[in-house]
Design a protein around this ligand. Structure first.
Ligand SMILES: [Zn+2]
Length: 211
């Protein structure tokens, strides 16, 4: 009897969206496994995706660092010009009760996404090169997944856009280079996240190829 209930957990695949359970059949390279009930892609078996994810991760890491230090916006009001980077904004409240808030904000916008891409590169590089997984790779990937809801680059970009439109009545506001870096970041983060096949990564970590 090949009933889903009698199989051991490693032979069962559960749809993360609708909880439908399937008997695991490994798709060949280039094939996909899709949930028949809700059409969520369950397994993307693409080897070249690993290299794309690593490349995107490195681009994201560089953009995050650059976007922190370059001017984010320039405000021109009553003849005075002021430009500020994200770091300036975070440090502006460095004393007083707002410090915790500003440090938390900076962590969610900059530190968490940065840590996640570094963990992704650490976990994926040996897999892509067909090597044995890096030391602590499972823990690293679990941490990266746990941090996923706390990575708020896109929410930040959206919030900034709304705030800037509101103050543009009062002052002459122009976007600095860091703003455009964040705009690109939002797209790269979404693309990278869509390329990652979690099942394939866990599978590679649990059944490593002998090299
Ligand atoms: Zn489903």
């Amino acid at each position: 009897m090949n009933d889903v209930h009698t199989l051991s957990p490693e032979h069962i695949l559960v749809c993360p969206q609708c909880d439908a359970a399937y008997i695991l059949a490994r798709p060949k390279t280039g094939e996909r496994a899709v949930c028949t009930r809700c059409h969520t892609v369950l397994i993307r078996n693409k080897h070249e995706a690993g290299i794309q994810i690593i490349a995107l991760s490195l681009a994201i890491a560089i953009l995050i660092v650059a976007a922190t230090f370059f001017p984010f916006l320039t405000i021109n009001a009553a003849g005075a010009t002021n430009s500020a980077s994200l770091l300036d904004a975070a440090l502006a409240f460095s004393d007083g009760p707002l410090m915790i808030l500003s440090l938390t904000t900076a962590a969610l916008i900059v530190v968490v996404p940065f840590v996640r891409v570094i963990l992704t590169v650490y976990v994926l590089s040996p897999i892509v090169l067909n090597r044995t997984p890096a030391r602590g790779a499972m823990g690293a990937f679990r941490l990266s997944e746990a941090l996923r809801p706390w990575s708020m680059v896109e929410i930040f970009a959206l919030g900034c856009a709304v705030a800037l439109i509101k103050i543009s009545d009062l002052a002459d506001v122009s976007f600095g280079s860091a703003f455009w870096m964040f705009a690109v970041l939002v797209f790269l983060v979404v693309i990278q996240d869509n390329l990652i096949c979690r099942w394939s990564i866990w599978d590679s970590l649990e059944t490593p190829k002998k090299s």
